[in-house]
Design a protein around this ligand. Structure first.
Ligand code: X2X
Length: 339
């Protein structure tokens, strides 16, 4: 019984009657000083949830049970837009939005998600653990939220369709594609000639199944864990956006935690985040084969015509202006000149 002194235990027992002494789970539950909620949009089997659960257990142990983090996966608390509102108000304590999604609140956040910017993971992590990540974290703090220093991996986004494969941008003409609630994603697919619609992830499976949209784009581990292979046939390895999950705490409730507790929580979340990156890397090398056994057909389009189409449509010029020189220069520092 690490959380209750003998004296307070006896006092509690006197109030509640002797039964409480025989019910250790009740004593344990009463012990957590802070019970915080973490919500996200992915199934429990995704590494995001597996590693968050690992971190929550460690945090509970290292705070002697004082901080308990309860996980609400799979849009149980509503879609991304709802969770974003909740984390702003303090009704939700932790949330892992993609930078694409948090952009409605922090417009500079999705600088990492610019179309065809990152060529490989080594550049991604150098940037996100370096000047680019620091820039994003700073913008998020200004919005009254706290970002854990280590960004978790969503992955390189890949295109999937139900009707026909996409080889060049011409094949995208008029295709109804679901994208996240993100101006950047809409702009990217419009510039490529497609007909994008924003939709929360909670609605994607049904929208594909009922053919409200023909296509979507997500990293392969999500296509597997959210079973999108059941409603999509063709997978195109476009790597068009690198996307991460920002581990965000509500500024209001984060600052209510004692400093030592915040340190324990941040360290555990960052450590589990590093392992989550490895999990995604492992999945990246195995999931395609698994999805093929489930009937998907993959191809790898040449990215150059897509980049050229974006340039021609003025996509890079437009977003350079929106993001501003500071953000743009920090990105180019890692990926080289863009657009
Ligand atoms: O909504 C999506 O596509 C997802 C799950 O990748 C994000 O959170 C942006």
């Amino acid at each position: 019984m690490p959380h209750l002194s003998r004296r307070s235990l006896l006092a509690t027992a006197a109030l509640a009657g002797p039964a409480i002494l025989a019910m250790p789970h009740l004593r344990a539950r009463a012990a957590a000083k802070f019970v915080y909620k973490y919500g996200n949009n992915l199934p429990l089997t995704h590494p995001l949830n597996v590693r968050a659960l690992e971190a929550a257990e460690r945090i509970k142990t290292e705070t002697n049970g004082d901080l308990e983090i309860r996980i609400f996966p799979n849009n149980q608390l509503g879609g991304d837009t709802d969770m974003l509102n909740q984390v702003r108000s303090g009704a939700l304590d932790f949330f892992t939005p993609s930078a694409l999604v948090i952009a409605t609140l922090v417009p500079a956040a999705p600088i990492n998600a610019l179309g065809f910017a990152f060529p490989s993971y080594d550049k991604v992590w150098a940037a996100m653990d370096g000047d680019l990540g620091a820039f994003i974290g700073g913008a998020i703090e200004k919005a009254g939220l706290h970002m854990m220093p280590k960004v978790w991996d969503n992955g390189f986004r890949q295109l999937t369709t139900s009707g026909k494969p996409v080889v060049t941008p011409d094949d995208l003409a008029g295709i109804k594609i679901r994208v996240p609630v993100s101006q950047l994603s809409i702009s990217l697919f419009q510039a490529l000639g497609a007909a994008p619609t924003s939709m929360q992830f909670s609605e994607v499976y049904t929208a594909l199944q009922t053919r409200i949209v023909d296509a979507q784009e997500n990293p392969l581990p999500i296509i597997r864990t959210a079973k999108l292979y059941e409603v999509q046939k063709y997978g195109m390895l476009t790597n068009h956006i690198w996307d991460g999950f920002l581990f965000i705490a509500s500024g209001k409730t984060w600052n209510r935690l004692p400093g030592d507790m915040r340190k324990i929580a941040q360290t555990a979340l960052d450590d589990s985040g590093m392992k989550q990156r490895d999990d995604i890397a492992a999945l990246n090398s195995s999931v395609q084969a698994e999805l093929e056994t489930k009937g998907m057909v993959f191809s790898r389009p040449d990215p150059q015509p897509f980049r050229d189409a974006l340039k021609k449509a003025g996509f890079y010029a437009q977003w350079r202006e929106k993001f501003g020189d500071d953000a743009w220069t920090r990105l180019e520092k890692y990926v080289g000149p863009l657009g």
